[in-house]
Design a protein around this ligand. Structure first.
Ligand SMILES: [Fe+2]
Ligand SMILES: [Fe+2]
Length: 483
């Protein structure tokens, strides 16, 4: 019997989209493939390209057992084009076309809008690989090094996923957009990536864990919203990407939890109860909790900017068109058209942050951001504050107010402290280092970043994970550095 989730591994590009029967598309993708490999070698992980890494590769698209673990050299990773299985008789579940059959081809009237959504999503995927390329040099263990590379190869596969959609469905301009995805670079002065947070540096491993916790979680929200799309190929692509995304967030959640655990254990062993007794804590070779809080403030606020303006006609149009839904749209009980509905938003009025009601369609970015904040807060409690409480230290990580440190939207023009209290520009300057990492904080963290490449060993500032990848033992050689 034909396994409809099976992947064809015979060609250059593993896929379940029938590439061998579509020679034009295959040629387009095969001609893009060398550029992608060039990009990977020039802008992907620095070094380690010839080392064997214990990676998982998708071998089918069945939600259970879709991945196979083995040693692979990263440039040999099989970047496949994988769509979640089609849902028979699927209909559009929101917007003006609600109830109509899902589109198997690009709806002509929405072509430009759809292409833009795919390009923006596609641009973030290689960006994060570029941001993280230097981190192999300072990995706190082989386990962590392997997790970094797993994320990197999967982000590159997500790039492939978006390039497939562009090349298959958008003709010549799709092919040009696919080339441009390899021409912009994170942080580049002339040709930066499209979104702000993807042009920031990821200077150290604390930043990596924060990025995968906060910014990959934005990715999860965006993918969920696109997984609802009436354009079925986009929906199916995003549904499969979400399987991989879960691991990226796991790396951030568990990574920071391990940093926190190590700090708390070291404090207890040294008889230090006060988490603000920073110098003696740092002298133990661990990262003090207030610095972790400040890093969380930074990454959370940068990530909120990715949701765009609170009130947005683009978001309303994409929803109306049936291209981008809400988080878990299919589980919401309302009319899924939102024509007369309202949604509560925070706005600036006469220099004050006040609650207001906005048309629900225009406030869709706000709603997705609210869903994100709820998801992130519960993960902070479950993973981080539980680790602190378990160790009996009196401290809790709090996510700052949504008005804090913003550069896009309603609060871009004001200064607010983490509780949402308004500050004058002078006051913000004076207290900046209280809220956000100071140069000295960053220097301290940078000083801890020395590689530990011996199997089973970990840097002073992070605890070992409770379990290995794919059930491997504690001293497993996740990356083979010799031979
Ligand atoms: Fe991704
Ligand atoms: Fe990701």
């Amino acid at each position: 019997m034909l396994d409809r989730t099976a992947v064809d591994y015979d060609g250059l590009i593993p896929n379940n989209v029938g590439l061998s029967a579509d020679p034009r598309l295959r040629r387009a993708l095969e001609s893009w493939h060398p550029s992608c490999l060039d990009w990977w070698r020039a802008r992907g992980p620095e070094g380690f390209q010839e080392n064997l890494v214990y990676l998982r590769t998708a071998v089918n698209v069945d939600p259970e057992g879709w991945a196979k673990f083995d040693y692979v050299k990263m440039p040999d990773y099989r970047w496949g084009i994988l769509l979640a299985p089609a849902v028979e008789g699927r209909t559009i579940s929101f917007g003006a076309h609600k109830g109509e059959p899902a589109w198997q081809d690009v709806p002509g009237e929405y072509r430009a809008m759809l292409r833009r959504l795919i390009v923006v999503q596609g641009d973030t995927e290689p960006a994060s690989v570029e941001q993280q390329r230097h981190l192999g040099a300072t990995a706190p263990s082989l386990y962590d090094l392997r997790n970094l590379f797993q994320i990197n190869v999967e982000e590159a596969r997500h790039l492939w996923a978006m390039v497939y959609l562009l090349q298959k469905y958008f003709g010549r301009d799709g092919r040009e957009e696919a080339e441009d995805l390899l021409r912009r670079f994170s942080g580049d002065r002339d040709t930066p990536r499209l979104l702000g947070a993807f042009n920031e540096a990821t200077p150290d491993w604390l930043a990596l864990f924060m990025f995968t916790f906060f910014t990959d979680r934005d990715g999860k929200m965006q993918l969920h919203a696109l997984a609802q799309s009436g354009f079925d190929p986009l929906s199916r692509t995003c549904r499969f990407m979400l399987l991989e995304e879960a691991h990226h967030m796991f790396v951030g959640q568990s990574g920071i939890a391990r940093v926190i655990d190590r700090t708390c254990v070291a404090m207890r062993d040294a008889g230090i109860d006060d988490p603000y007794d920073i110098e003696p804590i740092r002298a133990l070779g661990v990262i003090d909790l207030p610095t972790i809080q400040k890093r969380a403030n930074l990454h959370f606020s940068l990530t909120l900017d990715l949701f765009g303006n609170e009130i947005s006609t683009n978001a309303a149009n994409a929803f109306n068109a049936g291209l981008k839904g809400r988080y878990l749209e299919d589980q919401i009980e309302d009319d899924h058209r939102l024509v007369n509905a309202t949604y509560p938003v925070l706005r600036m009025r006469d220099g004050l942050i006040v609650p207001d009601q906005a048309p629900a369609l225009a406030a869709l970015n706000m709603r997705l951001r609210d869903d994100y904040v709820a998801d992130a807060s519960s993960a902070v409690e479950r993973w981080w504050n539980r680790a602190i409480a378990r160790n009996g230290i009196e401290f809790a990580i709090h996510l700052p107010h949504v008005a804090f440190n913003r550069h896009i939207g309603e609060f871009a023009a004001i200064n607010a402290d983490p509780e949402g209290g308004l500050l004058s520009a002078a006051e913000w300057q004076r207290r900046h280092d209280e809220f956000l990492p100071s140069a000295a904080d960053n220097q301290f963290v940078a000083g801890l970043m020395r590689p530990v490449y011996e199997p089973g060993r970990f840097a002073s500032w992070i605890s070992p994970p409770p379990a290995g990848i794919n059930g491997m033992p504690g001293n497993f050689e996740y990356v083979r550095l010799l031979g």
